[in-house]
Design a protein around this ligand. Structure first.
Ligand code: ADP
Ligand code: ZN
Length: 436
């Protein structure tokens, strides 16, 4: 692999033994540092543990998990491992249920975060000559500032366009020669729709070539659609505020799973019921331990995201473990008539139909004492308006959905543009049953 393919050649090309050596050293350092946080001091005392008990990577198992609830309970600063005057940034989640959560960063944390993001972007071919446009909100949502600093560090010309104002985004593409875009997948589809409405052909009228898409679950077909529509290569980007934000995991050019930077994080996959680790290849809850954080390191943080470690080596030459496309969060799971369903399963089916556009909405309601799922889906331009075709399409979708999710949903095919568009992560499920 040529040296120039790597942003951090040393860290990116470590072999397994090298990664594990570095991880142990950083884990021991992190655990010792965590003793500055009242929360972890108490946790360790409660478990009868001291930092000296962590002698091998396997000893990680002795450390209790950290949960989102712990972050809420210690709101705002109870998890900090440094005094507040050493912190230079705070990100906070919205907190629709209970207290919001706070993540603190030191200057070094922010620098290291930028390196991780720059490494991701470099890995997929971004170079200083590129022009990078970020369509994420710049505020508490870490996809804004997180990508901004990473892209600047890499040396691209950056356009902090921020969320929304689709016409202006497109004007920037054409006027400033944007080559790389960061967008959530649902917004990528929206950009294309508006381009079509305005007669802008992404291949003819823009220089777009690379897209980072992430922050919400999406299927392989959705990715392929984005690539076809916009004439780009689209790479899955994974992150969360608790782990800084973007830059935790990113696909390489092979597009076969997201490498998690193991010099920054230890990855575990656990069975959410037994809390035991599961073997590589098996789906479970992703648990991450930060190895490179000062202000607020987190040990064995339960992300609630469901995925699996992809077994085997990646041809790109990086040994950093890869995780599969996320299935969703454990709390996204829909239980309908006793069957467990993830919204992404529905998306996978829908996106195989070229007559359908990218937007859909799942509504769950109780009608005459029965729980019913209705899926509203926008039709795409490929749909030929004809009653027989309409009926056949409806039947085919229902059959495919039933095969996948084992319950029979109602389908509503609706004209393009009918569903409400959100500027942030798309809302895919409305559960009206909860009101009963
Ligand atoms: P919030 O928790 O408010 O959504 P975050 O920005 O921290 O804010 O969201 C992180 C979550 O977003 C992850 O835990 C995961 O559920 C989801 N997510 C992030 N990136 C991806 C991705 N590439 N694919 C699927 N889901 C993702
Ligand atoms: Zn790879």
């Amino acid at each position: 692999m040529p040296y120039l393919e790597f942003f951090n050649p040393v860290e990116e090309t470590l072999d397994r033994a090298g990664i594990e050596r570095l991880q142990l050293e950083r884990l021991q350092r992190t655990v010792r540092h965590c003793m500055n946080s009242p929360f972890y001091r108490e946790r360790f005392a409660g478990a009868g543990l001291t930092p000296d008990d962590i002698r091998s990577l396997d000893d990680l198992k002795k450390i209790p998990f950290t949960t989102k609830q712990d972050l809420r309970d210690t709101y705002p600063f109870g998890m900090a491992s440094v005094p507040l005057d050493r912190c230079t940034r705070l990100h906070s989640s919205s907190g629709t249920t209970g207290n919001p959560t706070v993540i603190l960063h030191t200057k070094r944390d922010l620098e290291q975060w930028a390196v991780a993001v720059a490494r991701c972007l470099w890995m997929v071919g971004c170079r200083p000559e590129d022009v990078f446009q970020n369509t994420s909100g710049y505020g508490m949502f870490t996809g804004g500032l997180g990508f901004q600093y990473g892209a600047e560090l890499l040396g691209m010309l950056t356009i902090p366009a921020a969320a929304g104002n689709t016409l202006r985004q497109i004007k920037f593409f054409t006027d400033f020669g944007t080559t790389v875009v960061h967008a959530i997948p649902s917004y990528a589809a929206r950009l294309y729709e508006v381009m079509c409405e305005r007669g802008v052909d992404p291949r003819r009228d823009t220089k777009l070539r690379i897209m980072a898409i992430g922050a919400e679950p999406h299927s392989e077909d959705t990715r392929r659609r984005i690539e076809e529509m916009l004439g780009v290569k689209a790479y899955n980007s994974f992150g969360m505020s608790e782990m800084c934000g973007p830059g935790v995991g990113f696909e390489c050019k092979e597009q076969n799973g997201m490498h998690i930077w193991e010099d920054y994080y230890i990855v575990e996959i656990i069975d959410p019921d037994t809390l035991e680790r599961v073997p590589d290849g098996q789906v479970g809850e992703l648990v991450l331990t930060t190895l490179n954080r000062e202000a607020m390191p987190l040990l064995r943080y339960r992300t609630r995201d469901l995925t699996r470690i992809l077994p085997g080596d990646c041809p790109c030459g990086r040994c950093h473990k890869r995780i599969d496309r996320l299935k969703g969060r454990s709390d996204d799971m829909i239980i309908l008539k006793g069957v467990n369903i993830f919204p992404i399963q529905i998306e996978q089916v829908l996106m195989q139909f070229r007559e359908l556009a990218s937007d859909y909405l799942i509504t769950l309601e109780t009608i005459d004492g029965n729980d019913v799922m209705t899926v509203e889906i926008e039709l795409s331009d490929r749909f030929i308006d004809d009653y027989a075709a309409f009926q056949k399409l409806e039947r085919d979708i229902i059959r495919s959905l039933r095969d996948e999710i084992l319950v029979t949903p109602r389908i509503k095919l609706i004209p393009k543009g009918s569903l409400p568009k959100s500027e942030g992560k798309a809302v895919r499920v409305r559960d009206l049953r909860k009101q009963y």
